[in-house]
Design a binder for this molecule. Structure first.
Ligand code: M6P
Ligand code: ZN
Length: 187
């Protein structure tokens, strides 16, 4: 970000934002309990990275971030983000896919899940009051840009406890690339 915070470069191939203000790396060990079957998986494996340009957390300000989700699976589940509701529940978000192949899961408070198939050029909208998670269902990095109110905040609690009502898994029996979105098994 330049000194006035007005401009930033985006590398469309890698998804890296020049002069990002925050970087998050999430390995399996940072996501304990988010995948259903972690047994035998390497807890150091890098699942995704986020490069964010964060404006002050004030009403009216926008922040944005790119996320790179690496290809892979933990058990049958494809690599994915933690997923969150916004702390400020009325805050929406826009996702723009820059590359790769992914699924954007969007869930209401009462657990109804819709999804958007994301590929380069797909723009997805997350309405207020909805949880959202992205999943890499391809063989390459899944890269997207997200724009959100700076004061939206992240609320991971409920997702950490209950997950989404749908999981995205690879199943050999499915014709279309083996990707299946199915009900999360009850514990
Ligand atoms: C997008 C935005 C970020 C978010 C990131 C990773 O870039 O929604 O706000 O942090 O995805 O998602 P999560 O925070 O759920 O791990
Ligand atoms: Zn969000």
């Amino acid at each position: 970000m330049d000194e006035k915070g007005l401009v930033c470069g985006l590398d469309f191939d890698t998804g890296i934002l020049t002069n990002y203000t925050d970087k998050i790396e999430r390995r399996l060990k940072d996501m304990k309990g988010f995948f259903l079957d972690e047994e035998g998986a390497d807890e150091e494996v890098l699942i995704y990275e986020v490069f964010a340009v964060s404006a002050p957390k004030e009403e009216g300000q926008l922040s944005y971030a790119t996320t790179i989700i690496y290809p892979g699976k933990i058990g049958q589940e494809f690599f994915m983000t933690k997923g969150h509701y916004h702390r400020k529940e009325g805050a929406a978000e826009v996702y723009v896919c820059l590359g790769g192949k992914g699924i954007l899961l969007i869930q209401t408070k009462d657990g109804k899940v819709s999804h958007i198939e994301m590929e380069k050029g797909t723009v997805g909208y997350v309405p207020p009051h909805h949880a959202h998670r992205t999943v890499n269902v391809g063989k390459d990095n899944f890269v997207f840009l997200a724009v959100y109110p700076s004061d939206a905040g992240h609320d991971y609690g409920e997702i950490e406890e209950k997950g989404f009502s749908k999981i995205v898994v690879e199943e050999d029996s499915v014709v279309d690339g083996g990707v299946k979105i199915k009900d999360r098994p009850k514990d």
